[in-house]
Design a protein around this ligand. Sequence first.
Ligand code: PMP
Length: 429
Amino acid sequence: MQVDDLSFDQRHIWHPYTSMTKPLPTYWVTSADRCELILKDGRRLVDGMSSWWAAVHGYNHPVINQAMNEQIARMPHVMFGGITHSPAVALCRRLISLTPEGLDCVFLADSGSVAVEVAIKMALQYWQGRKEPRYEFLALRKGYHGDTFGAMSICDPYSSMHRLYRGYLAPHKFIEPPKCRFDDVWNEEDGVPLIALLEAYHYKLAAIVLEPIVQGTGGMRFYHPEYLRLARDLSNKYGILLIADEIATGFGRTGEWFGCNHAGISPDILCVGKALTGGVLTLSATLTCRHVADTISNSDAGCFMHGPTFMANPLACAAANASISLLEDEQWKSCVAAIANQLKSGLLPLINHPRVIDVRVLGAIGVVETTHPVNMATLQRWFVDHGVWIRPFGRLIYLMPPYIISSSELTKLIEAIVECLDLPSHFLL
Ligand code: PMP
């Protein structure tokens, strides 16, 4: 590596949500193994992020690596137009059997945001097929669905960065999300905005779209399963579609295979991504039920109008098959439960800390909400100096470790959070 590679990176390469003139620091990672990221200077960091919800088995997993190596030797990629292959067929069989009942038709795409675009397009084409075109969606405030334009248009219109593009984005309807927490007693009041909006406006809506149980990037909030059941009942009543964005919640993160399983509901359209490949390659899927697929296919268009170049990339499908095969014995359920217990005993007492507003834990997700925003750059450096990889944002310091994390590694992550709350004020503004 050239001496000034880091400065090249800072000068020429955009990182997620960063400035070219005032770039945030970056850390040079040379390899990653199990739950550790290894820096160029030899330091090893315990990973509390799972590379943004994705690396559920940790890094460098031999089963996933072997599946990928075998697939590389056979065929890393081939177009999907007019061609099929066993990695895709095996994966779609698995997805249909794992996801909630009735989701029988699968579209494989390249990222979470694209899966959401595909879901939006499916809903639009469904209503075209019914000869009753509808263009508006109902989404939740504090929701997050991705960075492409269709996905941005259904993100929180005020608090998200997507307000920057407001004039360009399709206008949709937004309601307050439920306040009732995951394990509170359900409060009927929480359903009122949804009931009221649908009563007044259902005839214009193509679909309700939400992140089941966990609103992720928009605030890391965990809400009550009854709200999902209500959304399902009302979408049935009014004959509109229910789209579940399970890109962050899918594959066990909340303690169930999918967020929808907490409520025992099946959406009409479901998006998965992130942990689909165990976090090694980008791949997503949008599943829908036969009725929606038939309505689209029997419409004047005659087909569903989307087809990415790297659709069903065999290498990514092979990784996904290996990752799902590792989850199939459901041992992850006890790992996630153990993580949840440890997060609860380590983090919940922080509720009494003067700098903390709230602490919440669900499955392998632990969130400490602070009274003031964190200084991401300085706090992250402090975390790195303390041997952990934690990337806070806004007023949220959170953990979502790989399911295979050991209890001593998790202790290290928790202790770093406990300690950081007593740092001088330039860390926590
Ligand atoms: N939906 C949700 C719920 C997400 O959390 C994300 C990513 N954070 C996306 C969609 C977009 O996925 P991607 O970053 O793979 O485009």
